[in-house]
Design a protein around this ligand. Structure first.
Ligand code: PLP
Length: 471
């Protein structure tokens, strides 16, 4: 076969490149220094008419694409939630692409379905979940959250599936100002409407106040609205605040409202016994999302949705055209559990990672990250004019520089310029958020390669930037 002749050599070149890259991702500037449009301008406007040699494509990958890459695998990537791809998972991705399975029906690859069942059970047990949960892998927490809300709608009113939303009283979804935006997007997509997404007040630590939730649900019921779901977050995006899931669960149960727990970032920390408290109360929830592609060294994309009522989720999405009917009694067909028909063989990379590290190895990495964050927070706290502005139960520190004599707006402006200056050097990359309107910096640790020396470099770069940008 013509296209196969050089495969071994081509893949060997790719393998060499990957191995070199994974040994030294820090050889690149962490944040791409490209100007907007640079990659587009360097590539032809038309697709090639004929085949091009693999080496030429790889040359262009190195010449054109790499400068436009922000290196998530760089040990000094501290932005958003830092992640990294374990080598074993990269190998698994190559195998999954090779098999090119569409894991929709059990028979379209029994191993893909059954491995997903096995690894979801492994992960659930490691996090201390009871066996009452069923885990399903989606691409992202956003889609998992959407899927959970669709099931919540089905539970509240099964007739909507057939007749649509018209004529129905307003359904209500409860979140907080710290809830990730995907829940609101899901409410938009499900026809619930943005105005029916209600923000519940938080305490000073950024956690939903259950009594406020209860009061809001009572008000809504009195007005003839239909409370549908509440989203609690374990590890908010801004600060990793942890909502009181148990108390929220009590309110939810009282009013028969679906409880979705978004633990996209933090949930996997529960594999460590000392962090299991973050999922306290989760057994009262109806659905839970954790992202192995965030803090479990599995490359994008791999997000686990756990549901208590598997049959309900299936009822929500099941729609089987004739050409997909089978007689495989007793087997799960994952196409029945969401919007997608064809599904990537994502369980393979999670399986490879869990076996390559072992649970103990994974726990050690997470603990190391939490310890590095604590070390950084100590440096910030001990330095005059710097402050840690939120609790840091896990591996994210939220902080800012507060030079004396500046008003609030000037402090915000100063920290914005400080961050841009720190990121511009290519040594580190961190991001920001706003808390009570104030601009604050976030340093997230989650990369397999990040060492104490890398965190020390970040601290040096930040202090230098603070001095350089003036007040
Ligand atoms: N939920 C939380 C708490 C997050 O922090 C994020 C992303 O950072 C998401 C959900 C969205 O995750 P995904 O990109 O998998 O949709």
């Amino acid at each position: 076969m013509e296209f196969f002749e050089s495969f071994e050599d081509d893949f060997a070149r790719v393998g060499r490149w990957i191995a070199g890259y994974l040994q030294h991702p820090e050889a690149y500037p962490v944040l791409s220094a490209n100007a907007p449009g640079a990659v587009r301008a360097a590539l032809p406007a038309e697709a090639p008419e004929g085949p091009e040699p693999f080496d030429r494509v790889m040359d262009d990958f190195e010449r054109v694409i790499l400068p436009g890459i922000t290196h998530w695998n760089h040990p000094r990537f501290f932005a958003y939630f830092a992640t990294s791809a374990a080598p074993a998972a990269i190998a698994a991705e190559a195998l999954a692409a090779t098999l090119d399975v569409k894991a929709m029906l059990w028979r379209t690859s029994p191993a893909a379905t059954e491995l997903e069942e096995v690894v979801m059970n492994w992960l659930g047990r490691l996090m201390g979940l009871s066996d009452a949960w069923t885990g399903i892998i989606y691409d992202t927490a956003s889609i998992g959250g959407f899927t959970a809300l669709a099931a919540a709608r089905e539970r509240l009113d099964p007739s909507i599936r057939e007749r649509g939303m018209s004529g129905s009283a307003d359904l209500r979804v409860y979140i907080s100002e710290h809830t990730h935006s995907h829940i609101e997007k899901a409410a938009i997509a499900l026809g619930i409407g943005q105005r029916n997404v209600v923000r519940i007040a938080c305490d000073r630590r950024g956690r939903i106040r259950p009594e406020e939730l209860d009061a809001q649900i009572r008000r809504d019921l009195a007005e003839g609205k239909r409370p549908m779901a509440v989203a609690a977050t374990v590890g908010t995006t801004s600060t990793t605040a942890i909502d009181p899931v148990a108390e929220i669960g009590e309110v939810a149960r009282r009013h028969d409202v679906w409880l979705h727990v978004d633990a996209a970032y933090a949930g996997v920390a529960a594999i460590c016994p000392e962090f299991r408290w973050i999922l306290a109360g989760v057994e009262a929830a109806d659905s839970l999302v954790v992202n192995p592609h965030k803090w479990l060294f599995v490359p994008m994309d791999c997000s686990a949705l756990y549901v208590r009522d598997e049959a309900l989720l299936r009822r929500t999405f099941e729609l089987v055209p004739e050409f997909l009917t089978t007689t495989d009694g007793g087997a799960r067909n994952y196409m029945d559990y969401g919007l997608q028909l064809g599904r990537r063989f994502r369980s393979l990379k999670l399986w490879f990672v869990m076996r390559a590290f072992g649970a103990q190895g994974l726990r050690e990495r997470l603990r190391a990250h939490v310890a590095l964050a604590a070390e950084f927070a100590r440096w910030v706290r001990d330095e005059p004019e710097w402050e840690v502005v939120a609790e840091h139960p896990l591996a994210l520190v939220v902080f800012r520089h507060v030079p004396p004599g500046l008003d609030a707006a000037q402090v915000d402006d100063h920290n914005g310029r400080l961050m841009d200056a720190a990121n511009a050097g290519g040594e580190i990359f961190l991001s920001h958020t706003k808390l009570d309107g104030a601009f604050v910096l976030r340093l997230a640790i989650g990369n397999l390669r990040t060492s104490s020396a890398d965190v020390a470099t970040a601290w040096r770069v930040l202090r230098e930037a603070a001095g350089a940008v003036g007040r």
